[in-house]
Design a protein around this ligand. Structure first.
Ligand SMILES: Cc1cc2nc3c(=O)[nH]c(=O)nc-3n(C[C@H](O)[C@H](O)[C@H](O)COP(=O)(O)OP(=O)(O)OC[C@H]3O[C@@H](n4cnc5c(N)ncnc54)[C@H](O)[C@@H]3O)c2cc1C
Length: 411
């Protein structure tokens, strides 16, 4: 009898798992349930659409025919509300039930709303789906003043959208700099200067007390120190809540995500997870890690798909993630786990060129490159090869690093 594979979520993790399963088990039944009304599209490009630089078609990756041609049943606008892990059933919002042999949870996260008064007012945007993006673009095109809250990778997208759309914006941050887990003051200054050039002014060391609204629409943001910033456009990016509630009646371990091993297996018979939602065992660093990036989610989906077909420990997830920021006149990339070091080293090369590396127990585990990103693949190789004591190498911050010199340094 053919196996039934169910996948919850049609982001890149769910989609790549489905494609892998179809290749490895041609006669199986594959069912994908997704809350969204569209098949997989490119989330990475949403910011460019919101800036007004791309049209909506540029974001499409799959159409429904792609799934039909591969006999993958794609159920759009279908919310899953629960999982019965003992009887191997998923429960849908429509009250239907679907049996599975192997189940993948690839439900990602939902942007967190701030827990302050009026956080649900119209004009306050969160950024994740195509629907959010259309609203952001339409609003930003006509807004005059904006506030962006959240000093991370999605916050800077919202700030860049304001800049590109001519919205005069303040970018409010809790700490003294943008992405303070990964960048030092020195590195973040480069980013702050670029934001200023697009009329987005960073404002540091502020917490939000509340939003003000008029007739249901946001009109101002007030800080805990009582400062009031008027704004008709507000973008909030203060983290994700992971979509784990469907597992609440199971014994699958959830702690700010779903805990899986290096095979994307939850430890509960037939249940796997992949993508942003996982807290996975990173075999390179040797610790539990979490990562929100497109390439990583895609790879995890492929690994999960392979193991769902061939057994739970057939393939390992062994991967150095990366994430590019493309808003400025220079490139920027983060790789590995740039916020998880026990030691950091950095160097400034020129006005817009800077590097910071994160080490753990003497091994490189991640970093951020601004300006010149050409060493990225060599740093990734050092991570993959698990080179020891590279924090002591005299060459590790050379502008053009040479792997041979760094390897020789180890002996
Ligand atoms: C604006 C934006 C910009 C980004 N830029 C970059 C970038 O430059 N580089 C980079 O590497 N990464 C970037 N990312 C992150 C990257 O897009 C994510 O890491 C990746 O898309 C995660 O894929 P996923 O499949 O794990 O989850 P998602 O893409 O979030 O997919 C999860 C899907 O599950 C569905 N779902 C959730 N719960 C249920 C349920 N109960 N029933 C049915 N369906 C459900 C959701 O609706 C969603 O469609 C960006 C993300 C955003 C939002």
């Amino acid at each position: 009898m053919s196996k039934i594979y169910c996948i919850i979520g049609n982001g890149v993790a769910g989609d790549s798992a489905a494609a892998t399963i179809r290749e490895r088990d041609p006669d199986s039944d594959i069912i994908i349930c997704t809350e969204e009304g569209k098949p997989l599209y490119n989330r990475i490009l949403l910011k460019e659409f919101a800036k007004g630089k791309l049209n909506q078609n540029s974001m499409e990756i799959r159409d429904e025919d792609w799934y039909q041609d591969r006999e993958i049943e794609l159920r759009l606008s279908t919310q899953v509300i629960g999982v019965d892990a003992e009887d191997k059933i998923i429960k849908l919002h429509s009250k239907e039930e679907q049996r599975y042999d192997q189940l993948l949870i690839a439900t990602g996260g939902t942007p967190r709303e701030m827990d302050v008064p009026n956080s649900g007012a119209k004009g306050i945007h969160h950024f994740w789906t195509m629907k959010d993006t259309i609203e952001i673009r339409n609003h930003a095109e006509k807004a005059n003043s904006g506030i962006v809250i959240g000093a991370g990778l999605l916050g800077i997208d919202l700030a860049a959208i304001c800049g590109a759309q001519g919205v005069n914006a303040k970018y409010i941050m809790r700490g003294d700099r943008w992405w303070r887990g990964a960048l030092s003051r020195e590195g973040s200054k480069i980013i702050h200067r670029s934001l200023e050039r697009t009329n987005v002014s960073p404002v540091f060391d502020k917490d939000i007390e509340c939003f003000e609204e008029e007739n249901g629409e946001v009109s101002a943001v007030v800080t805990t120190e009582g400062e009031r910033y008027e704004a008709d456009f507000v973008g909030v990016a203060v983290g994700l809540d992971y979509n784990t509630e469907i597992l609440q009646d199971t014994v699958v371990e959830c702690k700010d995500g779903i805990v899986v091993d290096e095979h994307m297996f939850t430890g509960v018979e037939g249940i796997y997870a992949a993508g942003d939602i996982t807290r996975y065992h990173d075999v390179i660093v040797g610790e539990e890690m979490q990562n929100g990036s497109w390439g990583s989610a895609k790879k995890q989906g492929m690994v999960a798909g392979e193991n769902m077909v061939n057994g739970s420990n057939c393939k390992k997830f062994e991967w150095v993630p990366s994430y590019s920021v493309t808003h400025f006149e220079y490139p920027m990339i983060s790789f590995g786990h740039p916020t998880r070091g026990d030691k950091y080293m950095e160097k400034t090369y020129s006005e817009n060129e800077w590097r910071r590396l994160a080490f753990k127990r003497g091994r490189l585990i991640g970093g951020v490159l601004i300006g010149d990103v050409s060493s990225q693949s060599r740093y990734k190789k050092i991570i993959m090869d698990r080179l020891e004591n590279v924090n002591q190498s005299a060459f590790i911050l050379d502008k053009k690093i040479e792997l041979e010199k760094i390897s020789n340094d180890q002996v």
